[in-house]
Design a protein around this ligand. Sequence first.
Ligand code: CA
Length: 231
Amino acid sequence: MRILVVEDDNRVAEALVGALRRNGYDVQRAANAAQALNAPPVDLVLLDLGLPDRDGIEVCRELRATGGVPVIAVTARGGEPDRVRGLRSGADDYVVKPFGTAELLARIEAVLRRSMNHPTHRDRPLALDGLEIDLAQRTVTLDGQPVPLTRKEYDILAVLARAGGAAVARDQILVEVWQTTYDGMSRTLDVHLATLRGKLGRTGSLVRTVRGFGYRLTIPDPTPPPPATGP
Ligand code: CA
């Protein structure tokens, strides 16, 4: 797996590159936005949002728009504005400096796993116990019948489906569906979750609560591709 480390601080970059290489990743480094945007394709980008030549959030959006490569944003401090900045950047996940290597490696593994399960990689709708979620068509059917979801209910389900079975934080859902992390919206999320589960009927239980964190969709492991050899 190839990882691009975008970091202007040489000391931080060297430590990161060393740690990732020791864990088996093929690592390249970019010291600024220009180098990052001109780098050869990789499987994941670890992006410091505080870069000398351009706003890291713009760089993140550009990376996502051109290749759809998964991005983990790195923000400098742990305050609320930085967390929101990390989430708003459109990154798949974010870490706050200073972070431990074990935490970073776990997040990298989770993001890579999610990106492999991403519907664009699988190129077909998600089918779960009669429930079919087609992100390309924005349709949801249960036993072949359309499920009449509201826009917000669909958006929540889509966020969970795109996560490929990984748990999604409440804050992340609030940002993606309502563009806010305002605490007062938390109750609204609960209400939408309840109506969404109700409309999904027997498959409503596929939407699992991850206590103290958020929600996940129960997705079976992707079917392995058929053997490449012909008859
Ligand atoms: Ca920096």
